[in-house]
Each structure stands twice: as structure tokens, then as C-alpha cells.
Write a protein that binds this ligand. Structure first.
Ligand code: KIV
Length: 271
């Protein structure tokens, strides 16, 4: 974390404090310097360099193809704009599932090469050994339960998870295991609001929901989705704050028309 005396950085302890005080945590994704500068200036608490970059930045159908090198590139760009926000980076698919040493090495690369402040990984009890090892190296870890997009081919759909009792019970066990292992927070993705509330109330660490209702300690959205850049993606949980795709394509159309009509550049736009 940079030693900037003017700006007090959000830390994992700040987030714990926010939960204790009942102050909601606002988290958004960003993958590049310019977008990170926008969310930082607006006062976001946490920036997630999500592996959703695989979808929204690279155009892949799933999060599986993005590589560790690519995540480090995105993260280092975001870190340069984040003066106050805590920057959390997803460990991408294939960079931690092999064994705990691989998980540790990938986390160290993210921290060392991007300057980020924490890593996030999908899974419950099965990744506790890796979490313990990463934490032992001094790297904060955030968990991610419920819909875990890196396992899409195991589950086959992106629909709501843990609606059945057995899966809900497993999720509760996993959440406690993540807390016990030392995670500073856990993302709950696309699970029933009542279950998310139960988990939130049972944990001392903050829960950050996406499609998990209003009782989580914080909320996260993919920036492209909430700004309306991801055309046609309108799941029930998403609140779209802008229609940026239309706004931007309108501006581009105007530019094209101005070039074609020789209106641009004008007298005052040249030397
Ligand atoms: O990759 C991502 O953007 C995420 C959020 C959806 C939580 O993991």
C-alpha cells in the first residue's frame, strides 16, 4: 500500500469496522486506469479487478480463459488510479486449483507485479489449505461462494444457487470455514436473499452480495453492467444507472457524421 499521508487507504480492517458499525460497503469492478480513476473519484470503498474482465474486456463467453499475466496487467493499471480504494484481484481459473503452493505463487505474483492489496478466490472448504498458506505469506484473501463462474461447466447454468437445503447448508459450512481460515470478507453471488442474510448474520467478517439481496454488508456489481455498456445483459439483480452503450455509440455516430460532412475539424480545432 502506498504511503500517501493525505489519503487514508481503505484496508481490510476498515471493512470489518464498517460491518461492525452497520455502514454498507460499496464495491465495483474496474479493469483499466481510466475506469478505476472514475470509480475512485466517486469514492468507492473497494475496487475488484474481477476475472469478469475475461467477459467484458476480452469478449470471452466465460471467465475461464483469462490468464494470470492478463489479470496482473489489468490489476497494475487499476492500482495506478486507486489512491484510497482497496484493490482486490481475482485469482484466475487454473492459477490456484492445482495445489496450495501454486495458489501461493500466483498470489505472490499478483501482489508483487501489480501492487494490489488482496486476492479473491472461488470456493469453500476445498480451498482452505491454499487460503491458510496465502495468509501465512501476509496476503489478505477474500472468499467467493454461491454462483462461482469458474465452475460454470460443473453446474451448467448461471441461475440462482443454493435454493435447495443441501446446497444451502454446504454454503453455510463453507462461509464459516472461510472465516475460520482467516478471509477478511466473502462475496455471495446469486443466492436467495434469506440465505445471504443468515450467512451475513452468522459471520463477523463482511459479506458482499451480487444478486444476494439487501441484507449483505455490502454490494458489488460489474461496472460495465451497471453503466449499461454490456448491451442486453439485464438480470433481475442488476440496477442499470446509465445507458452508456447508447450514449457512446450516439457520440461515435456524431463524430463519423462530422468527419464525413467535413464539419470536423473546424477553424478552432486546427493549428
Ligand atoms: O469477476 C467478477 O467480476 C466477480 C464479481 C461478479 C463478484 O467475481
Amino acid at each position: 500500500m502506498s504511503v500517501n499521508k493525505e489519503v487514508k487507504r481503505v484496508t481490510t480492517s476498515t471493512l470489518l469496522e464498517m460491518k461492525r458499525n452497520g455502514e454498507k460497503i460499496a464495491m465495483l469492478t474496474a479493469y483499466d486506469f481510466s475506469m478505476a480513476a472514475v470509480v475512485e473519484a466517486a469514492g468507492i470503498d473497494v475496487i475488484l479487478v474481477g476475472d469478469s474482465a475475461s467477459n467484458v474486456m476480452a469478449g470471452h463467453e466465460t471467465t475461464l480463459p483469462i490468464t494470470l499475466d492478463q489479470m496482473i496487467y489489468h490489476a497494475s493499471s487499476v492500482v495506478r488510479a486507486a489512491k484510497k480504494a482497496l484493490v482486490v484481484v481475482d485469482l484466475p481459473f487454473g492459477s490456484y486449483q492445482g495445489n496450495s503452493k501454486e495458489a501461493l505463487n500466483s498470489s505472490i505474483r499478483i501482489m508483487k507485479e501489480s501492487g494490489a492489496h488482496a486476492v479473491k478466490m472461488e470456493g469453500g472448504t476445498e480451498i482452505v489449505e491454499s487460503i491458510t498458506r496465502i495468509l501465512a505469506a501476509g496476503i489478505p484473501v477474500m472468499g467467493h461462494l454461491g454462483l462461482t463462474p469458474q465452475s460454470i461447466y460443473k453446474f451448467g447454468t448461471y441461475t440462482v444457487r443454493a435454493k435447495e437445503e443441501a446446497e444451502a447448508n454446504k454454503l453455510k459450512t463453507d462461509a464459516l470455514a472461510l472465516q475460520e481460515a482467516g478471509c477478511f470478507g466473502v462475496v455471495l453471488e446469486k443466492i436467495p436473499a434469506k440465505l445471504a442474510q443468515e450467512v451475513t448474520e452468522s459471520l463477523a467478517i463482511p459479506t458482499i452480495g451480487i444478486g444476494a439481496g439487501g441484507k449483505c454488508d455490502g454490494q458489488v456489481l460489474v461496472i460495465h453492467d451497471m453503466l449499461g455498456l454490456n448491451k442486453g445483459f439485464k438480470p433481475r439483480f442488476l440496477r442499470q444507472y446509465l445507458n452508456l452503450f447508447e450514449e457512446m455509440s450516439g457520440a461515435v455516430k456524431n463524430y463519423i457524421a462530422d468527419v464525413k460532412s467535413k464539419d470536423f475539424p473546424g477553424e478552432k480545432e486546427q493549428y
